[in-house]
Design a protein around this ligand. Structure first.
Ligand code: GLN
Length: 301
């Protein structure tokens, strides 16, 4: 395993075509595109790493997986009255379908759907309490109390997040937000600004692996459904391509991270800040493709 991860990290370092770092969040624009880290946490808790696996990055939309687990823990299947379970076939920040579909976002992983998820776990709490609960969930899953939110990244996105504000106002106009737009956006931007290393993210992802060795944080059926949504919607309009090339449920973030799950086996985290045209890590996707091919791990048999 270690040899394979080192080989993947070396190939990434040698690849000159690293994609473009997300520049629309000013605080992320300055991240060095040469970073590359990968980590695999097996079901039994053994962890393997290569490259910059101990360098923290902004998890951004990978946080939506943990937020979804928390929201489902709060309201269960009631969530599905407010957000769908279909891929959108559009960019992560698209507003197009919201008008046609009466303010019900297609799925919890596009931004519009994630705002509803955030609004759901925020209901009845202050943003501080709700974010505290989310961070505690992630720390428990990763068995690591040092995981935290980067306040500068959160403020940077809040100051420039016009699209997300538009989405939130649109949702509110359809009665699909319970808290105020400002409260939801404040919480959402802090959620996205959670920082983790590849090692921490791979460990945290184990709650979706079905690992006997850790206390179950979500029930079996819920774990399966979150994995299903990651497979169909976790990479936005690149989800079909990720399923085709990698064959594992995965969730990407514009910070350049990808979390993938091999059910029953392992949680895999990769980080390379340069993105492809769908806003998913370019070399991260290529690394996952090589990893899945070489291990033979696939949910498709
Ligand atoms: N915080 C980012 C946004 O809302 C997350 C997007 C992403 O990672 N795809 O635009």
């Amino acid at each position: 395993m270690l040899d394979l991860l080192n080989e993947i990290a070396d190939a990434a370092a040698a690849n000159p075509d690293k994609g473009d770092v997300a520049a629309y969040i000013p605080e992320l624009a300055g991240v060095d595109p040469d970073h590359f880290g990968i980590s695999v946490a097996l079901a039994d808790g053994a962890v393997f790493t290569a490259g910059d696996a101990d360098v923290p990055f902004s998890v951004q939309s990978v946080s939506k997986v943990f937020a979804l687990a928390l929201a489902l823990g709060r309201v269960g299947d009631q969530l599905w009255y407010r957000v769908g379970r279909e891929p959108s076939g559009l960019a992560f920040d698209s507003i197009l379908l919201l008008e046609r579909e009466d303010g019900i976002p297609r799925n919890p992983f596009i931004n519009a759907g994630a705002l509803v998820t955030t609004d759901t776990y925020l209901a009845g709490s202050s943003p501080r309490e709700a974010l505290g609960e989310l961070v505690r969930f992630i720390r428990a899953a990763a068995d690591d109390d040092s995981i935290h939110i980067n306040e500068k990244v959160a403020q940077s996105e809040l100051a420039t997040g016009h699209r997300n504000f538009s989405l939130a106002h649109y949702l509110a106009s359809h009665g699909n937000l319970r808290s105020s737009v400002d409260k939801v956006l404040g919480t959402y931007c802090h959620q996205c600004a959670i920082e983790m290393t590849c090692k921490q993210l791979a460990m945290a992802g184990r709650f979706l692996v079905d690992a006997d060795e850790m206390p179950p944080l979500v029930a079996t059926e819920r774990r399966r459904r979150i994995n299903a949504l990651m497979m169909t919607c976790g990479h936005y309009d690149g989800s079909g391509d990720f399923a085709f090339r990698v064959g594992l449920p995965g969730k990407s973030g514009v910070g350049g991270a990808i979390l993938a799950i091999s059910p029953g086996r392992a949680s895999i985290a990769v980080w390379s800040p340069g993105l492809n045209r769908y806003g998913n890590s370019k070399l991260g996707t290529e690394a996952m493709e090589t990893f899945a091919r070489r291990t033979g791990w696939s949910v498709f048999g």
